[in-house]
Design a protein around this ligand. Sequence first.
Ligand SMILES: Nc1ncnc2c1ncn2[C@@H]1O[C@H](COP(=O)(O)OP(=O)(O)OP(=O)(O)O)[C@@H](O)[C@H]1O
Ligand SMILES: [Mg+2]
Length: 273
Amino acid sequence: MDPESSPFTPGQLVPVELFMGRTAETERLRGMVAASARGRFRIGFVSGERGIGKSSLTAFVRRLVEIDNDAIGCHVFLGGVQDLREMLRQTFNSLLKQSVSRSWHQHTLDFFGDRVRKVGLFGVSLELDLRRDDLESMERNFASLIRQLTERTGRESILLILDDINGLAGSERFANWLKSFVDEIATSDETTKLCVVVVGLEERRRELLAKQPSLARVFELIDIAPWSDGEVSDFYRQSFQAGNATISTDDVQRMVSFTGGHFCPTHLQVKAA
Ligand SMILES: Nc1ncnc2c1ncn2[C@@H]1O[C@H](COP(=O)(O)OP(=O)(O)OP(=O)(O)O)[C@@H](O)[C@H]1O
Ligand SMILES: [Mg+2]
């Protein structure tokens, strides 16, 4: 198989067109986004072992709900972020950057106004120039800002994926902020069309709950289990087909028993090539 056309994507999220399985989890997350568009705020925690497919699943759902549910999707990668303000900065920056080439981009630019600046070679990349008081305001008025952005863009809701919260899970400030932000939405007269999905390892969820035990009642849990042998076998067959390669039943079985329900793309690429 030509490595250029390999359907395996080691070290990267799987492209939407190669995403397979996970139907129940996908439907559950889509249901949460649909509920948020009806004004019912939702917050979930997607957990599972390292490399099990958490980020790929949420990235796939993001694309689906942008197309089918008229939602704004925003996937924020927070690996290494340990501080609430930095998380807020990256979240609003992602809302801006990920709107590029989407139909709500101009409304998003209008929303952020003079805080938007062009950076990088030839100014092709956008960045928010946020002052200290902007970040303070984002911390205090997060729900209100989300409401304003949804109204401004005319979209049905926002799906906010906070991925890789490893560094934040140990932050008491983040845990308390999350709890008060959820409480604020629950007690507000205004409707916040928002679905938040926090993504991380199960031990990170526990760490977060240790900082703020009330969060245990707040999260809807979506646990990503290893694939069954049948699913793994379908995955290999379809992947080889997508790469215009054939594979014998014996080889599929060998690979199924080798992976044991987990992806091991680096090894697969060596074999496939
Ligand atoms: N549903 C899927 N269909 C096809 N390939 C997948 C699927 N889910 C995951 N993969 C493959 O598995 C690899 C790991 O997936 P991903 O990065 O989404 O896992 P993760 O749980 O987010 O990992 P980490 O815990 O390290 O953040 C990806 O490189 C991708 O190629
Ligand atoms: Mg991930």
